[in-house]
Design a protein around this ligand. Structure first.
Ligand SMILES: Cc1cc2nc3c(=O)[nH]c(=O)nc-3n(C[C@H](O)[C@H](O)[C@H](O)COP(=O)(O)O)c2cc1C
Length: 195
């Protein structure tokens, strides 16, 4: 079964934007060290408030150190498919500014930018990734001994998209019908805010 590659926007947005989706089916294809480094490097070059670069990435490979622990911290509903992803990445932010110890109000914003760049690079390489907020941060913090100054924000399941036919029936449906979007008229307000 192949995924319909005609994606969502009818406007000529970049192909990596239009073709990206959050897969749950992952193929057996291995992510090479070079591919992994490239997507992390793309994240490194994201802009950030005061160039703090508050993001940190804890990377595990299927069968490798820490992977079972990170997978085990996911909600069961995510574990059932994320266990096929060859790479899991725990996304953290340093909550305080290095320069003065004050709260970095933009830390999560900047992590979002970094993961967006990671996503763009991964998509360009033909990879698929699925960001997950459904995980137990306390369990992951304990498993990896992560200090309190870091917030554990999300997990990325990364690999190459696989055959949706391998998924359980209810997830197969979701894989083939991509998520809708709000219209621009709801999202964008010109000159005044219309609530
Ligand atoms: C911060 C964040 C948390 C998410 N958490 C989950 C999750 O726990 N489980 C899941 O299946 N999808 C999760 N998603 C994926 C979203 O549901 C998905 O991006 C959205 O439905 C749009 O679909 P698309 O990415 O295929 O365009 C998350 C996405 C983001 C950005």
């Amino acid at each position: 079964m192949s995924v319909d590659l005609v994606r969502r926007s009818v406007l000529p947005v970049l192909p990596i934007i239009n073709e990206r989706f959050s897969p749950r089916a992952f193929s057996e294809r291995v992510v090479t060290d070079e591919e992994l480094e490239l997507v992390l490097e793309a994240a490194r070059w994201a802009p950030s408030s005061m160039n703090e670069q508050p993001w940190r990435f804890l990377v595990t490979r299927r069968g490798g150190t820490g992977h079972a622990e990170l997978l085990g911290s996911l909600n069961t509903s995510n574990q059932v498919w994320a266990d096929k992803a060859p790479v899991l990445i725990l996304n953290l932010v340093q909550r305080t500014l290095s320069r003065n110890g004050q709260e970095n109000f933009h830390a999560r914003h900047d992590l979002g930018l970094a993961t967006a760049q990671l996503t763009a690079q991964a998509t360009e390489l033909g990879m698929g990734l699925h960001i997950l907020g459904g995980f137990h941060a306390d369990a992951a913090r304990a498993a990896f001994g992560i200090p309190e100054v870091y917030d554990l924000v999300s997990v990325i399941a990364l690999g190459f998209p696989g055959d949706p036919g391998t998924l359980p029936e209810h997830l197969k449906e979701r894989e083939l019908h991509h998520s809708p979007r709000r219209p621009l008229t709801e999202l964008v307000h010109y000159g005044r805010f219309n609530g």
